[in-house]
Design a protein. Structure first.
Length: 206
């Protein structure tokens, strides 16, 4: 629904912010850009409906804190994070708070536009369209070693860090990661995180 939807971009890096604004405007969206999370938060209830695309690490308030403050204020706009590899654990925490997605830098323009389109669609739950029972059954296909690698991935650890923790080589971690994605039918780390969160919802919350 470009033209009718406002995308709020929160990014402290000026070249990156200007690039995102240009891309989204070219796609037909109305874009409001902010250099700091505090600028967006200060707008409060005056914030136009749409989608928020925020960097994770910024001077002052980070993206995770911004999401938490927005939810406390009762503002439930779809929230998407842009993250470097080292920020994945923060992105996972944000998804637990209701963030709809995260993108790892660098990412393609089409990837961002597709993610925004998906974020703007109504969702049945915080875990997206993944059924809890289906997620659990999918995770049961994995071996114990694959589960250990999976846990490392969703914790934001690099292949090298996972390898060191498990006493295996980084190449073996890559091998297990490929098998995990093949068995689960996932296409990237965000899909893996969503599957992990859905599959680990406590039984009492169902």
């Amino acid at each position: 629904m470009p033209g009718e939807t406002v995308i709020h971009v929160v990014e402290d890096d000026r070249p990156m912010r200007e690039s995102l604004v240009e891309l989204l405007q070219d796609a037909g969206y109305t874009v409001h850009a902010y250099a700091r999370a505090e600028e967006l938060l200060s707008r409060g209830s005056d914030l136009e409906p749409g989608c928020i695309v925020s960097d994770v690490r910024m001077p002052g308030m980070d993206g995770l804190t911004l999401l938490r403050r927005l939810r406390i204020a009762g503002l439930a706009l779809p929230f998407m994070l842009i993250t470097s590899h080292g920020d994945v654990s923060m992105a996972v925490a944000a998804m637990k708070l209701g963030a709809v997605d995260f993108l790892e830098k660098p990412f393609e323009a089409d990837t961002l536009l597709t993610a925004i389109d998906s974020a703007l669609r109504p969702r049945s739950s915080d875990t997206g369209a993944i059924d809890v029972e289906v997620a659990r059954q999918t995770l049961q296909k994995l071996t114990s070693r694959e589960i250990e690698v999976f846990e490392g991935l969703v914790a934001g650890k690099s292949n090298k860090e996972i390898a060191a923790a498990l006493g295996i080589s980084p190449r073996t971690v890559e091998f297990h990661r490929a098998h995990i994605m093949d068995k689960t039918g996932t296409k990237g780390l965000p899909d893996l995180v969503r599957l992990w969160l859905a599959g680990n919802v406590p039984q009492a919350t169902r």
